[in-house]
Design a protein around this ligand. Sequence first.
Ligand code: NAD
Ligand code: 2YG
Ligand code: MG
Length: 263
Amino acid sequence: MALLTPEDLANMTNALVENDRLITELTDYSLDGLCREIYDTAPHNEKIAIIPITAGNGIIGSFSESLLFTVKHFGMDGFITENTDVAGYYEAVMKGADIILMADDLAYIAHNLKNGKIAHNQICTGRIYAEILCHAKDYADDKDVLVIGLGKVGTPAVETFLKEKQNVYVFDVDSKRVDEVVSNYPVFKYDPNDSKTPKSFFKIFEATPCADTICEDVLKQNSLVSTPGIPCGISGELIEKYGIRIVLEPLGIGTLSMLYAVF
Ligand code: NAD
Ligand code: 2YG
Ligand code: MG
């Protein structure tokens, strides 16, 4: 798995605020309002403990701080434990934490100690970025959506689009992965040579670890791109040329989705 770097998080606070503003403009829901709508949950003064984890590649500079910023930005109560790992977990519980946030190189989870609910970042990230596309008012009439990247984030996005009654077209560089998804779900292979397949889309979801995955052929003027993928899959030139609106932020949107999944 591609791990976040401190550089990815350098502008995270501005990106979260700016994306929340864009999501509100697009959907009439603030990001927390949208989470409330899709999960049918709400915070109830839970205390959220963020535990830095040293396992594997270790602590990522400003990862815990970015989580605390997200928690506080949305009006919730949280703290970063002074201790790491197991000692941090003990500290969190002793200080009355209701919800634990922690990540190693393989999994980033939220665990609500009071109700037992647990959430995984990849699933909750795929879900919220997909729901943003589904709730965008100006894009509601066209049900076609292109999903690029069918991994651990892209697959829950496919499930979300299907639940929201979208027509889902899928692409991945790994053709085996495309075949698996097409045989497991009622979705279509993106094939620009097939006359029945749309060539370009107003709604595009991207979750890959690569740049330039969104090529000019799939774009329409003012397409909406919702993409958790790092780095950004579309070039600045194409964003400008096509007036693309883009939802993209490295950590906070997915984190808020995880918290609402466990409230
Ligand atoms: P994954 O490895 O499970 O899946 C990635 C998929 O992308 C694979 O199926 C791969 O074959 C495909 N792919 C790679 N290059 C491609 C290309 N050029 N064109 C089309 N498909 C291509 O990874 P994941 O866990 O699903 O994560 C995807 C991305 O999302 C990563 O960059 C990850 O860091 C990022 N991510 C971001 C957030 C966030 O909050 N913004 C949260 C979680 C993950
Ligand atoms: O506690 C810390 O500082 C580290 N142990 C955090 C490690 C997180 C590693 N995971 C990733 O970098 C991601 N791919 C998942 C993070 C979600 C948002 N991109
Ligand atoms: Mg995010």
